[in-house]
Design a protein around this ligand. Structure first.
Ligand SMILES: Nc1ncnc2c1ncn2[C@@H]1O[C@H](COP(=O)(O)OP(=O)(O)OP(=O)(O)O)[C@@H](O)[C@H]1O
Ligand SMILES: [Mg+2]
Length: 371
């Protein structure tokens, strides 16, 4: 059932896995460490559409039972041959709530009291129902909390704090999936942080990551490794399939095939595929452009680069469409850049692997945790 697989190396120890349960497919990536390098062992993807009467590439919203069935199917898939259960799981951005809040300069102890109180204003459910995490966004030397014994300048300046809330029901849903699939999960993390880990190096300037999924596109602006801004656009790659199907009068299945085969290049029956696809792409990239401009204006800094990831960014020709619409450098992300893979696979991974950015990032964290 897995439509994309590879079994590359003999097993090494210890092996760990990153799992990304996306709306259109589950991705798993298994890696291990050898001579200080993360080494790719195997990876695979399983489309979720067929679990609910939909096609490959369509987004779903499956019950926990169906997800458990799909994860179990994937773990059994001989051709992918996942051999470890030691893993981490990504939680969708859409299940999280994030906000950047201003706090007065204070000691860490004081902030531990103050941040949850302030967060109440941003979290639409009782704070007791969520798990809250927060990080101080470093700006300059004044963006550290004060030492505990120094309250002399409390309140004199502002700190920016990123708050991240996950509903306890979401966490319980994932705990249940883990329990029913026999996984040994070390952590759950919101997919943004996984993508940042696999895609970014130590860039200092602001970078925007555009994760093009099936029915939504997620935008993250990251500066010095810290998430600064996040947005979701309600269009994704499946909208292109939909439009191809309608304008060419073909089935969704054929349209999906055509999209993956030709991307925005070429034409069918005198209709340029680019014309059809730009409908969705223009919408997505102009929304993204607004986010870039708003950020630049607010912080008076340029976004230096835009990196495309997600299955939707595997569309042939998409980078050029994006380049025409942004005034900023646009590149395709390379999720496997931080793992060693055999040379003959390098091009394949670069061209067909952008949907693995999240799963690779999760696997890399699990590997770090074993150190
Ligand atoms: N080679 C390809 N060319 C064009 N589009 C592709 C290609 N491969 C996958 N896609 C499209 O990418 C989309 C899926 O992307 P991805 O797997 O990143 O989404 P997801 O993680 O399931 O969704 P989300 O993150 O929004 O929950 C599908 O709509 C699919 O048609
Ligand atoms: Mg995804």
């Amino acid at each position: 059932m897995a439509n994309f697989f590879s079994n590359l190396f003999n097993k090494q120890s210890p092996s760990v896995m990153g799992i990304d349960i996306g709306s259109s497919s589950i991705k798993m990536v298994q890696i291990s460490r050898k001579n200080g390098h993360a080494v790719l062992e195997t990876y695979g993807e399983l489309a979720l559409g067929p679990y609910t009467g939909k096609g490959v590439g369509e987004s779903t919203s499956l019950s926990a039972e169906k997800i458990i069935e799909a994860v179990n199917d994937m773990l059994k898939e001989k051709e992918v041959n996942i051999t470890t259960r030691s893993c981490g799981l990504a939680i969708p951005f859409s299940s999280s709530l994030m906000a950047v809040i201003d706090m007065p300069l204070a000691t860490k102890k004081q902030l531990e009291q103050m941040v949850p109180l302030e967060a109440r204003k941003y979290v639409p459910v009782p704070i007791s129902e969520v798990t809250l995490d927060w990080y101080i966004i470093p700006k300059d030397k004044n963006s550290e909390p004060l030492p505990d014994n120094d309250t002399s300048t409390v309140g004199s300046q502002k700190l920016e704090v990123l708050i991240v809330a996950l509903h306890n029901d979401t966490i319980n849903r994932y705990k249940n999936i883990v329990a029913k699939t026999g996984l040994d999960a070390g952590f759950f993390e919101i997919e943004i942080f996984s993508t940042i880990r696999s895609i970014l190096d130590e860039e200092v300037e602001p970078i925007m990551i555009v994760d093009m999924g099936a029915s939504t596109t997620k935008l993250y602006i990251v500066e010095k490794g810290i998430l600064r801004s996040s947005h979701m656009i309600d269009r994704g790659s499946h909208n292109i399939t939909d439009e191809l199907s309608k304008s060419l009068g073909i089935s969704l299945e054929d349209a999906e095939y055509l999209k993956r085969e030709k991307g925005v290049l070429g034409e069918i029956n005198g209709i340029a595929l680019k014309e059809v696809a730009t409908f969705t792409l223009n919408y997505i990239f102009s929304e993204a452009s607004h986010v870039v401009m708003a950020y630049q204006k607010k912080y008076n800094k340029n976004v230096a680069k835009i990196i495309l990831v997600g299955g939707g960014s595997a569309l042939k020709g998409v980078v050029d469409v994006a380049k025409d619409l942004f005034q900023t450098e646009v590149v395709a992300g390379d999720p496997f850049a931080k793992v060693v893979a055999p040379a003959f696979l390098e091009k394949v991974l670069r061209d067909t692997g952008p949907e693995f950015a999240v799963a690779v990032g999760v696997a890399l964290r699990r590997l770090q945790e074993l150190d």
